[in-house]
Every structure is written in structure tokens, then in C-alpha cells.
Design a protein. Structure first.
Length: 432
């Protein structure tokens, strides 16, 4: 009978890592002539990789203190379903990826059942809620971290921890050409994201055409691009994107703007985003704004970027794209965060560098005018742009560094190997 492995991720970046981890575990098990069943919480990518999703991650991923309160009944219902599945199936090992508000509670249940817990991608206890370190010491068997400064933090607190490297740092740079990406983006726009809204009844702008009542246009590979990354959730997008597009209306009209949207967004959500932004399109030449899917390729080909705080800032740093970090939450969430967060920066690039490498515009400082003020010096060749690119290259080197004894495999392969070692110790079915 195959072993059972529980894997849980609650957000888009963690869900991506979870899908890679399922594939890596399957590969390593197959190489050993074994197999396993996977269940837990995940999204479409983890399901496609082979995870039985007892709970969908998109039903649990809510950010911000006031935002969580509105969704508590649903979150509690799904959490109880997850706990029932754990008690019924009793997996050999559990891997919890980030998402501490739910995963610390699950870790307590695993501990009670005597099931080893691997925690991959540390919650930011070094920034706030350091008192919760006792939960890690009590319920987590090993903490696997993706930023180099996290390992000494946890070890100093008596927690077994290992820096495994950052999964995104191991990805090759996008290979798609600028011309092919422009054609790909245009096809996506024509097929899925046609915008009518305020253009209805107006003269068609030059370079566009109307098909079945919808304006269609192509991304121009000959022009400079600026990427706008507003976040992966609807709440983040609604708070962040309007000011980003507002900045686009101010910047020099030689630029076009790419807006990558997360694959977890539905077509209905995408249309809602476009409609809400309709009035902000009007000052622009419509050829200047294109919604796309591939964020990494957009960052790679963009001259610079405006990026909402989160995993996308790491992607921008690793690609070496000069960028400005922005973010906005509810006033109550921000007021509470100011009292409890004990780090000097919000952007992970700045925390890793130990100094401000990229500008941070938060809450009231996050305006279209301030974005323009900080991004304009990064666009032409010059000392500001060159200095940031050199600092970003240094950050990439830190995140690519592999721990001693990690072998040729990357971060995900190392996590898979540690998971199977823990499973072997617990069940005796595998050699540790």
C-alpha cells in the first residue's frame, strides 16, 4: 500500500512551489521503486501535479486583518474539513508551505497525531509575531527556509532550520523573444481580454480594429515596455492597480504597459478589473496597455516595473529588472502592522540586501505622482539604473547559493529529499 503525504499551500506562490514539490516527490519515489498518494490543500497547479485537493487554496487565501473577518465562516468550515481528512487518513508526513495563520493550527493537529511536520517557506516571524516562535519549536520538526538570513534566526531560537535556496533563483531566464512575446500577448488579448466599456461609440484609435464589436490591438515590440504587477488577489488588484495605471497616464507616451494577471483569476474577474479601470484607459493611447499572463517574461522584457509587495518583487529582483515597490492595505490593517512589524523595510530585496535598494511606496505615499517620481530615474541609462541592477545581481547571487551537501538538486529537490527522509524515519518504509 503506498504511503500518504499531506501537502498544503494557501497562496499563489506557495501553490506553485507545492506543484513542483509533488512532481519532485513523485520522481524521487519512482527512482526508489516506490509511490505515494498526495492530499491536502492546493490550487489547480497542485491538482494537475497529482494532489487530491480536499480544500481549494483559493477558498482560504484572504489577506489583511479586516479582510479575514468577513470570510471567517467559510474559512472555519474549510479548515474543519481539512482536519477531518487528516484524522481519517493519517499521512506519513506533512509539508506545510507558508500560510501561517492556517498552517500553525494544522501543525498542532499533526503533532497531536504524532505525524512529522516539514515547514517550507518560513512565515515572517523575524518581522512580527516573534512570540509565535514557541509554536515552531513545539510543532514543527524542521523549518526549510528560502532566504539566507532566516536560517541563523531560527537556529538562534532553537529551531532545526536549513536554507535550501530560493526556487525562483534556480529558474532560467525566459527564452521567448520580444517579438514572439508581443504576438503571444496580442493573441491572449484578442481571445480573452477584449475591452469594450468606454470605447463603445467612440472613433477607433489609430492602429486598432473592431471585430464583433470589440477593439483589438497588438503589443508593439519596437517600443519600450513597463510592467505593472498589482498582486495576485482581487483585493490587492483593486487597491493597487488604479494608481499604477494612473502613473502610466503621466509617464512619457513612448512607453507601453504590460499588466500580468495571475492564472488563478477567472475570466469574470478579469473583465471586472478591466471595467473598473475603464475611465483610466481614456487618457491613454489604447495600444499602450495590454493584459498578459506570463509575469516573468513581462519582467524580463520590460524596461522597468512597478510591483506590489510580495513574491513578484523577488521575481523582479532575480530577473534584474529595476523596479519600484508599492502596496496598500486597509487603514486598520496598516495601523496595526505599524505597531507590530519590527523590520526596516517591506520589500524582500531590501531586507536581503540589508539596505534600501528599491524604493518603497506604501499607503498614502503610494500615489501615481510618487510612482513617476521614483521610476523615471530608472528608465534611461545612467548611474541610478546601473546601481540598482548591480545590487539586484548581488541579491540573485545570495538566493542562488546552495547549502553544503545539497548536491546538484535545487531547492525543491532538496525539500523533497528531506520530506522522504522524515517519512522514512516515521514509518520505517524508506531509508533515511
Amino acid at each position: 500500500m503506498p504511503s500518504t503525504i499531506f501537502i498544503s499551500a494557501g497562496e499563489a506562490s506557495g501553490e506553485h512551489y507545492g506543484a513542483l514539490l509533488v512532481a519532485a516527490l513523485q520522481h524521487q519515489l519512482a527512482a526508489a521503486g516506490q509511490s505515494a498518494q498526495f492530499f491536502g490543500m492546493g490550487g489547480p497547479r497542485m491538482a494537475a501535479a497529482g494532489l487530491e485537493c480536499v480544500v481549494r487554496s483559493e477558498d482560504m487565501a484572504v489577506m489583511g486583518l479586516t479582510e479575514v473577518v468577513r470570510h471567517l465562516p467559510r474559512i472555519y468550515r474549510e479548515f474543519r474539513r481539512l482536519k477531518r481528512s487528516i484524522r481519517q487518513r493519517r499521512p506519513s508526513v506533512a509539508v506545510l508551505i507558508d500560510f501561517p495563520e492556517i498552517h500553525f493550527r494544522l501543525a498542532k493537529e499533526f503533532h497531536r497525531l504524532g505525524i512529522p511536520v516539514i515547514y517550507f517557506v518560513s512565515p515572517q516571524l523575524w518581522a512580527w509575531k516573534k512570540k509565535r516562535i514557541h509554536l515552531v519549536r513545539k510543532y514543527i520538526d524542521e523549518m526549510l527556509v528560502i532566504f539566507p538570513f532566516e536560517e541563523p534566526f531560527y537556529r538562534g531560537q532553537g529551531v532545526p532550520a536549513e536554507f535550501v535556496g530560493h526556487p525562483l533563483a534556480e529558474l532560467p531566464l525566459p527564452s521567448i523573444s520580444r517579438e514572439d512575446y508581443a504576438r503571444q500577448a496580442a493573441l491572449i488579448h484578442q481571445d480573452q481580454w477584449n475591452w469594450v466599456g468606454p470605447w463603445e461609440g467612440l472613433p477607433l484609435p489609430e492602429g486598432t480594429k473592431e471585430i464583433d464589436g470589440k477593439i483589438q490591438y497588438e503589443l508593439d515590440p519596437r517600443r519600450e515596455w513597463i510592467a505593472l504587477l498589482p498582486g495576485s488577489r482581487m483585493g490587492e488588484i483593486s487597491r493597487n492597480l488604479r494608481a499604477m495605471v494612473g502613473a502610466a497616464t503621466i509617464l512619457d507616451d513612448k512607453y507601453e504597459f504590460l499588466i500580468p494577471l495571475a492564472p488563478t483569476l477567472t475570466e469574470r474577474q478579469i473583465k471586472s478589473i478591466q471595467y473598473d479601470l475603464g475611465d483610466l484607459y481614456l487618457p491613454l493611447n489604447p495600444r499602450r496597455v495590454t493584459f498578459v499572463r506570463d509575469a516573468r517574461a513581462a519582467l524580463f522584457h520590460a524596461r522597468a516595473s512597478i510591483v506590489a509587495s510580495g513574491t513578484a518583487t523577488i521575481e523582479a529582483a532575480l530577473i534584474g529588472n529595476p523596479f519600484v515597490v508599492v502596496y496598500r492595505v486597509s487603514p486598520l490593517t496598516f495601523a496595526i502592522a505599524k505597531r507590530v512589524v519590527k523590520v526596516p523595510f517591506v520589500a524582500m530585496a531590501n531586507l536581503i540586501a540589508g539596505k534600501q535598494v528599491v524604493p518603497e511606496l506604501l499607503q498614502s505615499d503610494f500615489t501615481a505622482e510618487n510612482i513617476v517620481k521614483h521610476i523615471e530615474p530608472l528608465l534611461p541609462e545612467g548611474p541610478d539604473r546601473q546601481s540598482m541592477m548591480e545590487e539586484l545581481a548581488r541579491i540573485r547571487g545570495l538566493l542562488c547559493k546552495k547549502p553544503e551537501g545539497s548536491g546538484d538538486g535545487g531547492a525543491i529537490d532538496r525539500v523533497a529529499a528531506i520530506t522522504l527522509e522524515a517519512m522514512g524515519r516515521a514509518s520505517g518504509s524508506l531509508t533515511a
